[in-house]
Each structure stands twice: as structure tokens, then as C-alpha cells.
Design a protein around this ligand. Structure first.
Ligand code: ATP
Length: 194
């Protein structure tokens, strides 16, 4: 079974594209969702987070998101520390999940696939792109972030130019090209590779 990464910058439409693959019957692993889940279910990981950030990191077993966000979003070394703890646990979770899947290929959706080096364990990578202003307006319409906050999050991610070099396929989610046709073409190519 092939492991296919799906990545793209904030607001590019990764989750939207992942849903199209899911409708085709492909199993999709959402790294963001799974990371949130293991942070409140993996006891070893929870102990490591408490050791690194203090017992205030959890309130009655729930992750104290406001506390953690305040620690990591304004401090790159704290963010690196959190990632260094969560990524190995997420990799273990992904490996276990993969072992339970069937099909020609699975899709692993991750915002920071290249930045976290998670692409190294994958067979192919799909990059979702969109013009910068469209990405910003999507995020502003979706959450309560300010334009400044969105730009700051974008700044922390690799550029599309850097990501394109390491990608095998690109989906232009620019609301001009059909996402469905692009996904179908990639699906066909991946199925033919087996
Ligand atoms: P993030 O990294 O911020 O989680 P993402 O890359 O997963 O973002 P999505 O959540 O899929 O992006 O999309 C961002 C917003 O843009 C969502 O509200 C989604 O509904 C909308 N969107 C994505 N693609 C399209 C499209 N082709 N047409 C219209 N709206 C779109």
C-alpha cells in the first residue's frame, strides 16, 4: 500500500481536497485531528507535555489550549519543543493506523509535512496551492484570526516554490481549475502505479 502525503499552506484547501479523496473511498489520515486526539489520549505523550510545559498544560485531563497556544505561538523554541514531543508520538499513531488500512494507497494530510520531515516516510506527495490573497481571505472568512495573524502563520511555513520541488503532484485550488478533475487524474495515476 502506497503512502501519499497531502500538504499545502494555510488556507490552500488541503482539508477540502482530502474530503474529495475520502469520497473516492481512499482512507485519509488527518495529522492535525490525530495530533489533537493523541494529546488527550496517549498517556506517555501527556506526561511528556506536562514535564515540558508544566501541569497547567492540562485541566481535568483536557488540554489547556489557551495556555499551550500562548506558550508556543509567540516563541519558536517552545514550538520546536512541542513538535519534538508530539511528532514521534504522531508517527507511532500513523504507523499503527496504516497497518489497519486496505486499498491501493492512503492519504496523509499534514500542514507542515516538509517542515516536520514527515514526507521522508511517504511514497508520493501532493501539494495543494492557491494564490496568496485567496488563501488569506479563506482563512479570514473561516476563523476569527486577523490578517496579521494569518500572515505570521504563513511566514512560519515553507513557500510553495520550496514545497513544489519535493512534490510529485500539484492541485491548483484557485477556484478556476476543477478540483475534482485534478483529484481524479491523480487517483488514476496512483492506481496505475501498482
Ligand atoms: P488550514 O491549513 O488553515 O487548516 P486548509 O489548507 O486545510 O487550511 P481548508 O480548511 O480546506 O484549507 O479550506 C480553507 C477554507 O477555504 C474553508 O473554509 C474551505 O471551505 C474554503 N475552500 C477551500 N477550497 C475552496 C474552493 N475550491 N472553493 C471555495 N471555498 C474553498
Amino acid at each position: 500500500m502506497m503512502k501519499v502525503g497531502l500538504t499545502g499552506g494555510i488556507g490552500s484547501g488541503k482539508t477540502t481536497v482530502a474530503q474529495v479523496f475520502s469520497h473516492l473511498g481512499v482512507s485519509v489520515y488527518s495529522s492535525d485531528e490525530r495530533a489533537k486526539s493523541i494529546m488527550i489520549s496517549d498517556s506517555e505523550l501527556m506526561l511528556q507535555i506536562k514535564a515540558a510545559f508544566g501541569s497547567e498544560a492540562y485541566i481535568n485531563g483536557s488540554l489547556n489550549r489557551t495556555y499551550i497556544a500562548a506558550k508556543v505561538f509567540s516563541n519558536q523554541s517552545e514550538l520546536n519543543k512541542l513538535n519534538a514531543i508530539v511528532h514521534p508520538a504522531l508517527k507511532r499513531d500513523f504507523d499503527l493506523w496504516c497497518a489497519q488500512q486496505k486499498g491501493v494507497y492512503i492519504v496523509k494530510e499534514a500542514a507542515i509535512l516538509f517542515e516536520s520531515k514527515a514526507h521522508m516516510g511517504l511514497d508520493k506527495v501532493i501539494l495543494v496551492t492557491a494564490p496568496e490573497e485567496l488563501k488569506i481571505s479563506r482563512v479570514l472568512n473561516r476563523d476569527s484570526s486577523t490578517r496579521k495573524e494569518v500572515l505570521s502563520r504563513m511566514d512560519k511555513q515553507w513557500s510553495d516554490v520550496e514545497k513544489r520541488v519535493l512534490s510529485d503532484f500539484e492541485i491548483q485550488n484557485d477556484e478556476q481549475h476543477s478540483v475534482l478533475n485534478q483529484v481524479l487524474a491523480i487517483h488514476k495515476s496512483l492506481c496505475l502505479l501498482i
